[in-house]
Design a protein around this ligand. Structure first.
Ligand SMILES: Cc1cc2nc3c(=O)[nH]c(=O)nc-3n(C[C@H](O)[C@H](O)[C@H](O)COP(=O)(O)OP(=O)(O)OC[C@H]3O[C@@H](n4cnc5c(N)ncnc54)[C@H](O)[C@@H]3O)c2cc1C
Length: 504
């Protein structure tokens, strides 16, 4: 936080060294790494990737202790569908996807397919399998479930006039029919009521989905985005159920570590890009090297901007007004993540057994994932639970302030109180509890944003600058970051008149 916020004061030492590169990649999250992966794979090695943190990964970073590796943010990847070509190609390169990445139903390395049981829900003192509330539902709830899932099936099957699916991942490959785009103007909550869907349990389920993927309450998520969450996924596998996910103890940081192979030496970490200016022949970047307390001036032919887009106006001199305004319109959800190390598994409680994802119905949080779930050893020993909370119930500026004003001990107490309901023994078992605050965790698809001219403006190159962050999609998931990173790399290669090397 201190490093990033230095951009506000603009108090940096003058450059003490001058260097050149063909392409500068700003930001080493999934988007920046995907751009580097694509450039490297295409045989283009003249690039440098600058990352302000000491390690790359962005929202997909992880931690590790004597018990296990554990995620600090992104922790899974659903099976990618055929439209997510870039992600499938990447997974094939990393050996996660086996065989032909274009196959309708490829196979995946079984070590990374989430072991059963995948998810459970705690409600009224009982754990049930799956996340759709089932115990104690009325006939009305069940009818409403059927109606909702029938609607989703229609959207899942629907093709737009262009032949594209109504909702695809990446979102840029979705149909653009007027009636579908109009769904962006109402909230997901309004959509449910418009379809006479009023079951509180169904509302909880849909709201949970929006909080989980978008960090935002369903009343502040566009119906287009809400439906995209439920209707876009169509990935299948020869050796897995279609709703099975790919996961690792350290979450998506496993992918981050594998992606770097082949260009590690071109990553400059602890490096805050603090000023950029485009001249007639190149872009000048001033990079503040945190540990050395000095600045280096780089000259690049092209820049791939894979840092969050709200950062761009703070450092780019002479930014186009429309692009600047578009960057300033993005709204970011704050998140809290905690890792709890336990000396043994908590008491399993009543009902469904401990799963990878464990969700609490009556909680401000989303629940927790178990970092040792994929261990082949017996599940009796110590473990690490990763607890997630999107601060979604209040305007994001207030939530961000609360996130930073609340001391760690108070968060720890709230988390332990919440988890004590299903696990009364948790306080006796916790040996360590670390808290991570994500101030600008992910962009929120508020009504009107996804199909706005401002959001579309973010996706266009600006002179020698090629934007790439997942913010370009209006919401944040692995495949979107990966798509924009690869697209920016392709755009750069076209500028450099280089051929692309790809399996596709
Ligand atoms: C708590 C949490 C849980 C999530 N869980 C999942 C999940 O399970 N599955 C999933 O698919 N997605 C998940 N996501 C979404 C996740 O954001 C995306 O999957 C993806 O990691 C986003 O990558 P990105 O490269 O677009 O952005 P980021 O991860 O934001 O990367 C941007 C990078 O730019 C760097 N940077 C910023 N400013 C500068 C600067 N001036 N100079 C140099 N570097 C700079 C940052 O340090 C950062 O490393 C989660 C997000 C959060 C916050």
């Amino acid at each position: 936080m201190e490093r990033g916020h230095r951009l506000r004061g603009r108090d940096f030492p003058a450059p003490s060294e001058f260097r050149k590169t063909g392409v500068a990649i700003v930001g080493g999250g999934i988007a920046g790494l995907s751009a580097a992966w694509k450039l490297n794979k295409s045989g283009f090695g003249d690039f440098q990737l600058f990352e302000l943190e000491d390690a790359v990964g962005g929202n997909a970073r992880s931690g590790k202790n004597a018990v296990s590796a554990y995620p600090w943010g992104a922790h899974y990847l659903p099976l990618p569908g055929v439209e997510a070509r870039e992600t499938r190609e990447l997974l094939a390169d990393l050996g996660v996807l086996q065989g032909d990445p274009c196959a309708e139903t490829p196979s995946y390395d079984e070590r990374y397919l989430c072991f059963a049981p995948q998810e459970r829900l705690y409600r009224n003192g009982l754990w049930q399998e799956g996340l759709l509330p089932q115990i104690g539902t009325t006939k009305h709830d069940q009818e409403q479930y059927r109606h909702f899932f029938a609607l989703l099936e229609q959207f899942r099957q629907r093709q737009g006039a262009s032949g594209l699916r109504a909702f695809a991942i990446p979102a840029a490959r979705s149909a653009r029919d007027a009636d579908l785009m109009a769904l962006d103007r109402i909230s997901m909550r309004q959509f449910l009521f418009q379809h006479k869907l009023d079951s509180p349990l169904l509302h909880w389920y849909v709201n949970y989905g929006c909080r989980d993927d978008y960090g935002s309450d369903y009343a502040r998520v566009s119906a287009w985005a809400g439906l995209h969450y439920f209707a876009s996924r169509n990935g299948q596998a020869a050796n897995a159920e279609s709703d099975q996910v790919l996961t690792w103890p350290e979450g998506n940081d496993w992918l981050v570590k594998q992606m770097q192979r082949g260009f590690k030496e071109r990553i400059v970490s602890g490096a805050l890009v603090q000023r950029m200016e485009e001249t007639k022949s190149h872009v000048e970047l001033d990079v503040f090297m945190h540990s050395e307390n000095r600045s280096v001036r780089w000259q690049a032919d092209q820049v791939i901007f894979a840092a969050p887009m709200f950062v761009l106006p703070h450092l780019f001199e002479g930014l186009d007004t429309n692009l600047k305004q578009a960057c300033q319109q993005i709204r970011y959800a704050p998140w809290l993540v905690a890792n709890l190390t336990l000396n043994s598994l908590p008491n399993p409680g009543h009902g469904a057994p401990l799963s990878w994802d464990n969700v609490l119905y009556d909680s401000p949080a989303l629940g927790y994932v178990n970092a040792t779930h994929q261990n082949l050893r017996s599940h009796e020993g110590p473990t690490v639970l990763t607890y997630y909370q999107a601060l979604s119930g209040e305007p994001e500026k207030n939530a961000r302030q609360r996130l930073f004003d609340t001391p760690r001990n108070q968060w720890a107490e709230m988390i332990l109180r919440d988890l004590s309901r299903p696990h009364p023994d948790i306080r006796d078992k916790v040996t360590q509890l670390d808290v991570f605050r994500w101030g600008h965790a992910m962009s929120m698809p508020v009504p009107g944003w996804i199909w706005s001219a401002a959001r579309e403006r973010l996706t266009l190159p600006h002179g020698r600058l090629h934007p790439a962050h997942s913010d370009l999609s209006g919401f944040s998931i692995f495949e979107e970051a990966n798509y924009w990173g690869v697209k920016a790399a392709e755009s750069v290669l076209q500028h450099q008149h280089l051929l692309l090397r790809s399996r596709w």
